[in-house]
Each structure stands twice: as C-alpha cells, then as structure tokens.
Ligand binder design. Structure first.
Ligand code: GLC
Length: 419
C-alpha cells in the first residue's frame, strides 16, 4: 500500500543544468507547484546556472551528474553513423545508464516522492527505471517524439510506466497521440512566463558592449535572435535574411545565446556562425553577446525579437517572453509556435526556413515604429490573458492531485488542498 500523507512531495528530474527553453519553462512550473502547496525537489543530470536559479527560488536541488557517454547520447549523436557504430553507441549508453539508474533510484527513495515529474527524453526513461513501483510518473514532453527514432522507440517501450503525459502544445500532443494512441493519456499544458519579470519596463542590457561593438548610432533598430545554438533554431536563416536587407536600413542584429547542450552534433559553434557573418559580408551589423542568464534584460534592449526555427517549434519560450516584454516578435509559422500567435495582430510570421520572407518582415518592422508598438502591446495583452504563470497553478495542482489520489498517495479527504 502506498504511503498516504497530506504533504505531497514532487520530485522533478531534468537532464540539463543549463538554461535553455525547457529549463526556463521549468522555472515557472516548479515555482507554481511550490506555491500550490507541494514540496518540490529537483534532481539534475548536470550542474550549471539552472541549479543556481532554482536554489535562489528556494527549491532543493540535487545534482547527480549523468556520465559523459549518457549525456552525449541522443538521436543527433547517432545520425550519419553506420549501423555497427550506432549499435556500439547504444550498447555503451545502456552500460552507462544501468549504474546511473541505480544511483538515481536510491536518490529518489531518499526523497520519498508522492509523484515523479520528468522533463527531457533521457529522464523519462531513467525515471521509469528508477521510480518506486507505486509512485506515479508524469512525462512532460517538450519536443516532438516522432522525429527522433531512438527516443521514439525507447519511450514506446517504457510508456507503460508513465501515468500521464503532459505536452507543451497541442501540436506536441497530436504527435504523441499519433505514436501512442490513447495510452498513456496526454494533456496539453502550454508554458507560461512570469509577467512581472518579463515586463516592458525594467533594466536593459548594453548589447553593443556585450558584443564588443561600438555604440550603434541613435535611431538604430535592434533585432535579436535569442536562443540555444541548436541547428534547427535557424541562425543561418537569420543571417541570410539580414544579408538581404538594404544597406541603408538602420538596424543592428544580435545573436544572444550559445551552444549550451552536451548532446553531440546538434549545435552550431561560434566559429561556424562567425564564418557565416564574414561570408555574407555582415561585418558589425551583427554582434554575438554569448549566453545571458537574465534574458528579460536582453529582450528589453531589443526592438524586434526574431524566432526563425527551421523545423516546427514545439512551443517556443522566447516567443511568449518577447511578447510579455511588449516587443514585436517575428515567428516561424509552424508547430506549437503557430498556436501562440495571430499573424498581423500580435506578431508577424514567416514560413520556416524562408530567408526572403523573413527579411521582408524584418524590413517592415524596422521601417514602421507604430506597427512595432501595436504588435508589442497586443502581444503583452495576449500573454497576460493566456500565458501568465498565475494561470498554471490551479491546472498543475489538479493534475497532480488526480494522480496522487489514483495511486493512493493522497486520501480523498485532503484532495483539493495539498497543505
Ligand atoms: C523545448 C522545445 C521548445 C519549448 C521548450 C519549453 O526546448 O524545443 O520549443 O519552448 O522546450 O517547453
């Protein structure tokens, strides 16, 4: 019989200690969970700025470093390799995973969770191995499974251990339902932002200084692509679009972020992007700021935020963050990203990978300040109404309570108030 108690303990597992979109979405999610009265502990597969941010929020973090062979394992690390090499990588991955699974299981047992919530494909699988038999496991899917042959196979195999799957957009939910049918059940829970942190007013970073560029002349419109250096985030499309803009257009562009993940073969390097800037003759019209922890301060320093993923974006945190800061956002129209915005009303769109169309939208916004302000104001209203953190708390609390009731970790008399 599962232990029942009126304090519900959630143990969250996440592979990365960096601050990518998945982790920024977790900052708000875990804060909401704690505010709803749950005890929260986080186990990370890597140390990094995410741990510091969570600890500053008062959340207990345990770092259990993933062995390198496991951290680097992923579909992108396997692609392009021969069959034998793929099998060898997989076998070594499993050999690394077994002892890690043991350690994870004992770390979880010590935390006595009522429920385990995982993000990141590796933690979905490791969580299934390491969880106590009666503890519900929630998989929080933030990326498309259908596109990843390795993870798709592994998740299908382990899905009987998952009590509920949460998808960050309808588009991700549909992808899951296509793979799995109706088991486990999938619910859609869009990400949210803290609208007081991502607010139109507040500190603004000096992006020129961070990028080692001379100050831009007054009247320069600042355009930024903020994100990790995953290849599908479209940095090359952004640079090509910039190279198509008229020479006298008063703009400066910034690439904000860096190659923060460890999965092999999936990211641009600074050298590659720098070479592209040179090849396209962009000179000091583009600057690289490197990774910035306080992304709200960076977004506030921009006039236009560009999202240009070349593949359907599962959600796109930077879109709601930019809108919440009252910025004009240009979005690559596909996947979960397309569910967030209304083209021409609260953002502008372009076709994924289409540099000409993106260039046209950038030029429109550089030339039209009124349009920038109108889209920015409408974007802020949309986020306040649909993507504000305060909206998340009730939904996540009720999902957790249902799961804990079903597993016997919560008695009916205390459901509806976790304290
Ligand atoms: C993943 C997705 C991204 C999403 C983030 C938060 O990084 O690729 O689209 O915004 O998770 O859910």
């Amino acid at each position: 019989m599962a232990p029942t108690s009126n304090i519900l303990r959630v143990v969250h597992l996440n592979p990365s200690g960096q601050l990518g979109g998945a982790e920024t979405s977790l900052l708000t999610l875990l804060t909401s969970i704690r505010e709803a009265g749950f005890e929260v502990a986080l186990i990370l597969g890597e140390d990094g700025p995410f741990r510091e941010r969570m600890e500053r929020l008062g959340i207990a973090v345990h770092v259990l470093p993933l062995p390198e062979g496991l951290a680097r394992l992923g579909d992108s690390a396997l692609s392009g390799r021969g069959r034998l090499a793929r099998v060898a990588v997989l076998i070594s991955g499993v050999l690394w995973a077994i002892p890690y699974g043991w350690k994870l299981a004992s770390a979880i047992r010590r935390l006595r969770p009522s429920l385990i919530h995982t993000t990141g494909f590796k933690m979905h699988i490791l969580g299934a191995w390491a969880k106590p038999a009666s503890t519900p496991l929630l998989w929080h899917l933030q990326d498309y499974v259908g596109k990843r042959p390795l993870m798709r196979g592994l998740l299908a195999w382990h899905r009987r251990f998952c009590s509920l799957a949460i998808a960050n957009s309808r588009s991700v939910a549909l992808d899951l339902e296509r793979q799995w049918g109706s088991r486990p059940q999938v619910v859609t829970l869009p990400n949210t932002v803290d609208v007081d942190v991502f607010a139109p007013h507040g500190p603004r970073l000096d992006l020129d200084k961070l990028a080692n560029l001379p100050p831009a002349p007054p009247g320069t419109v600042r355009i930024g692509l903020l994100g990790t250096f995953a290849r599908w985030k479209g940095h090359h499309v952004f640079l090509r679009a910039l190279s198509l803009l008229p020479a006298d257009l008063p703009f400066r562009a910034y690439i904000i972020g860096g190659p923060i993940y460890r999965t092999g073969g999936s990211q641009f390097t600074f050298d590659e992007l720098n070479a592209e800037v040179k090849r396209l003759g962009l000179g000091d019209r583009v600057g690289f700021t490197g990774f910035i922890g306080q992304s709200a301060d960076a977004l506030r320093a921009l006039d236009v935020v560009v999202h240009c993923s070349t593949e359907p974006e599962p959600f796109g945190m930077v879109i709601i963050e930019g809108m919440s800061c009252g910025k004009a956002v240009i979005v690559s129209r596909a996947g979960g990203a397309a569910e967030i915005i209304e083209d021409g009303v609260d953002a502008l769109c372009h076709t994924p990978g289409d540099a000409e169309e993106l260039a046209a939208q950038i030029e429109r916004l550089v030339r039209d300040e009124d349009l920038r302000l109108r889209l920015g104001a409408a974007g802020r209203c949309k986020v306040e109404a649909r993507y504000a953190r305060s909206l998340l708390q009730r939904e996540i609390a009720s999902l957790y309570e249902q799961q804990c009731l079903q597993s016997g970790h919560l008695t009916p008399s205390v459901a509806g108030g976790a304290e």
